[in-house]
Design a binder for this molecule. Structure first.
Ligand code: ADP
Ligand code: MG
Length: 283
């Protein structure tokens, strides 16, 4: 920009500032407060000055103001829904090292990240031994769902069953079932880590039936489907649960070494797993 145009812009800016009276600024601030356009309220004077200095056309100025407001509201909304989802940690998909876990089809995970499975009401089931990234993937896909505008809730199977059992004994089961059916995406982590009693298995089945063909879920387990009879302490219930879950589902079977042992493996302190010994291996 030449000296001449810089000078012209400065003159225009001060003229614009002069054109905006304190009373007018006050009224604008009040309107923005009432409309809850908080970001625009904070930035009002700076935005007006920029617009004057750059001699922005009206439409461009409006686009700028509204664009900033929408961006601020969107990130606030994402932060709020992320907190409501109760993830054990927040790790985006971009932090997942696919190179470390070649048994995972990266393309399949990226397709899931587009969230079409949520629109279709499909389930995603992630199987594999401890430490291979099941929870990380479930959280990462949950975060993508939040960015796409869905409500998400994360729970472990143990916590879910404990809460349903407590609600059942206190006569509040319906209320609790609603809590787990309301979010568009429910993530149930760690099926199979702890044994489930008959009442728990029954309550779990009730929840799966409610969400069946309506609410998509991501489930993770360290046990192959064949072992779910033992996990639920009842082969009939396990079959009924799997029947519903697998009707519309994508299953990812991770076979590999625990990421937690990555550095130890590299240093030769522990031996690498043989693939055939993985629990997720014989589905
Ligand atoms: P799992 O649920 O299968 O037991 P986690 O998802 O909890 O395993 O993974 C254990 C730890 O290792 C977590 O901190 C996770 O973020 C990390 N991790 C696992 N796999 C990967 C990977 N491929 N890339 C980056 N971090 C990973
Ligand atoms: Mg886990």
């Amino acid at each position: 920009m030449s000296r001449g145009t810089t000078k012209t812009a400065a003159v225009a800016a001060s003229a614009a500032a002069a054109m905006t009276t304190p009373a007018q600024l006050e009224r604008l601030a009040e309107h923005l407060r009432k409309l809850r356009l908080l970001k625009s309220g904070e930035r009002l004077e700076a935005l007006l000055q920029d617009a004057a200095a750059q001699e922005l056309p009206y439409a461009e100025f409006l686009e700028h103001v509204l664009g900033e407001e929408v961006a601020a509201k969107t990130s606030k909304n994402i932060a709020m829904r992320t907190a409501m989802a109760r993830f054990p940690f927040v790790k985006p998909l971009e932090t997942f090292e696919f190179a470390y876990q070649p048994s995972i089809d990266a393309k399949q995970v990226h397709t899931l990240a587009s969230c079409h499975f949520i629109e279709h009401g499909d389930n995603v089931i992630v199987l594999g031994p401890p430490g291979v990234g099941k929870t990380h993937l479930a959280v990462s896909l949950g975060l993508k769902a939040i960015q796409a505008g869905y409500r998400v809730l994360f729970t472990t199977a143990a916590s879910l069953i404990e809460k349903l059992t407590k609600a059942h004994t206190e006569g509040r089961l319906e209320e609790k079932l609603k809590l787990y059916t309301a979010p568009r995406l429910l993530i149930i982590d760690e099926i199979g880590y702890l044994p489930i009693d008959r009442v728990g298995a029954n309550l779990f089945f009730q929840l799966i039936s409610r969400r069946y063909e309506r609410g998509p879920m991501i489930l993770t387990s360290n046990q192959s489907f064949g072992a779910w009879g033992e996990v639920f302490g009842d082969r009939v219930i396990a079959t009924a649960i799997l029947d519903r879950l697998l009707h519309h589902a994508v299953t990812m079977n991770i076979r590999g070494n625990s990421y937690r042992l990555k550095d130890k493996l590299k240093a030769g302190l522990v031996r690498s797993h043989d693939d055939s010994s993985q629990p997720g291996g014989e589905i």
